[in-house]
Write a protein that binds this ligand. Structure first.
Ligand SMILES: *[C@@H]1O[C@H](CO)[C@@H](O)[C@H](O)[C@H]1NC(C)=O
Ligand SMILES: *[C@@H]1O[C@H](CO)[C@@H](O)[C@H](O)[C@H]1NC(C)=O
Ligand SMILES: *[C@@H]1O[C@H](CO)[C@@H](O)[C@H](O)[C@H]1NC(C)=O
Length: 439
């Protein structure tokens, strides 16, 4: 089974000896099955030794790949994707789980500091950025599948290696769809005698998956003691929100969920946001961590501006192989966000059903959430996971919550589905995740 060790502080960890990268500086791969896609790879010294994509094709995906600090020849492969839609995985890399973190204290000579809790302590990891030209998650899934296939077929040393998809926020929508594409393609590959991808688990942090619990969850975070010991929202706002909630839920149910109608669903979302989200924005609190006030730009994190500046530095762009003609880095692409929004991608598809189907086919799912997030909060996640219809629903319901030291966990010994909370953490969490196997 999947063994999850979550360590918020783990000072004893040190890097194992670095093993040299197995391939030369530039590689390119083009498979006949994917005539419009190419992976070209450059090795660089960014953070830990890494590979970077330097292709400029239309269907190109930019990525960073870091080998495991432990045993790259044996360790699992993890793919990390930030949310948005359209946000760069460089944010997760430099703020949360990459081999180095953005230097917020001007303490380094090169703008980053070594991260002893990087997930590549124990696994080979990709940070994947999305292409600019896609407007739905289902469309993105095809691209991501192609990318992963190209990688595994270009680097035979990874063939058959356990693969995990991870991400946060809008990743709750992306990853179940991406994983389902990989699973369905696996059946096809088997039939055609091709190499298959050994997908084992999906790991989602503070995600948005089932829209039916989004607004009730936000109400709980603001107006109950689900997050803070004393709710921060005013009583008058909470009374108004509570009164609006049934109507919001009814509109969502009839226009987005039971039957999707783009115009009516957008009207429902507008009503729910007006009645249930304006109070939060008006409070000036950080929507990703309600214990703090919002600072910096729209993402409420000072790191955002620092990372944007760091990744716009010409010398670093050269190291990363960025096209000199390319525009400056932005943490989230507005154009991708607008394209997805125009399709109501977040609301149009019951993504939780992908999760149920994956579980019923033996793919492990871990949902984790920091309890101080408001956007994609832990209550909304607990609500949808509890009512998820799959073969293990009853067994999951029967499990007890246990304290794991820094939050609570619900995980059965034979269970495919696990839920972990991280007490007092926000939307973007730096913690150490170890994915391995029990004998
Ligand atoms: C910056 O220096 C630190 C300490 O030597 C190193 O761990 C880190 O990887 C370097 N950052 C980059 C981007 O190369
Ligand atoms: C960072 O530190 C260097 C010297 O260590 C100094 O010259 C520079 O002005 C500092 N930058 C900021 C933004 O504080
Ligand atoms: C891009 O970033 C560089 C370095 O921070 C800055 O000098 C330049 O003005 C920026 N360009 C644009 C178009 O914002």
């Amino acid at each position: 089974m999947l063994y999850l060790k979550l360590l918020v502080l783990f000072p004893g960890l040190v890097a194992a000896t670095q093993t040299p990268l197995p391939n030369s500086m530039h590689l390119s791969s083009s498979l006949a099955r994917f005539p419009n896609h190419r992976v070209r790879i450059k090795q660089s010294s960014f953070c830990d030794p890494t590979y970077l994509d330097v292709d400029k094709g239309a269907k190109h995906l930019f990525f960073y790949f870091f080998e495991s600090r432990k045993d790259p020849a044996k360790d699992d492969v993890i793919i990390w994707i930030n949310g948005g839609p359209g946000c760069s995985s460089a944010m997760g890399l430099l703020m949360e789980l990459g081999p180095c973190s953005i230097d917020m204290k001007n303490a380094s000579s090169n703008g980053t500091i070594w991260n002893p809790y990087g997930w590549n302590q124990e696994a080979n990891i990709f940070f994947l950025d999305q292409p600019q030209t896609i407007d739905t998650t289902e469309g993105a899934a095809k691209n991501v599948y192609t990318f992963i296939s190209l990688f595994f077929e270009s680097f035979p040393q990874f063939a058959g290696r356990a693969l995990h998809l991870s991400g946060e926020s809008y990743g709750g929508r992306y990853l179940p769809v991406f994983a389902s594409e990989i699973y369905d393609q696996k059946q096809l590959a088997k039939a055609q005698g091709r190499q298959i991808l050994n997908l084992q688990s999906v790991i989602i942090g503070n995600g948005i998956t089932d829209i039916s619990t989004l607004y009730p969850g936000r109400y709980e975070i603001e107006c109950s003691i689900a997050a803070l010991e004393v709710p921060f929202q005013s009583i008058s706002a909470c009374v108004r929100m509570k009164a609006a909630l049934p109507r919001c839920q009814r509109l969502m149910r009839t226009s987005c969920i039971e039957q999707f109608d783009a115009i009516d669903c957008r009207a429902a979302v507008n009503f729910c946001d007006a009645e249930l989200s304006t109070g939060m924005w008006a409070s000036g609190r950080n929507v990703y961590d309600i214990s703090k006030m919002c600072v910096g730009d729209g993402l409420c994190h000072e790191e955002n501006g620092v990372i944007t500046k760091y990744l716009s530095d010409p010398a670093l762009r050269e190291l990363l192989g960025v096209d000199p003609q390319a525009t400056n880095f932005s943490s989230c692409s507005n154009s991708v966000g607008s394209l997805f929004n125009a399709r109501l991608d977040k609301w149009a598809v019951p993504t939780q059903n992908y999760v149920a189907n994956l579980l019923d086919r033996g793919i492990q799912i871990l949902i984790y959430a920091g309890t101080y997030d408001w956007q994609c909060n832990w209550v909304a996640n607990r609500m949808w996971v509890d009512k998820l219809e799959w073969s293990g629903q009853e067994a999951y319901a029967a499990l007890e919550w246990a304290d794991w030291g820094a939050g609570e966990v619900k995980q059965g010994t034979q269970g495919l589905l696990s839920f972990v909370t991280i007490r007092g953490a926000g939307h973007m969490i730096s913690f150490f995740l170890f994915v391995g196997e029990f004998d």
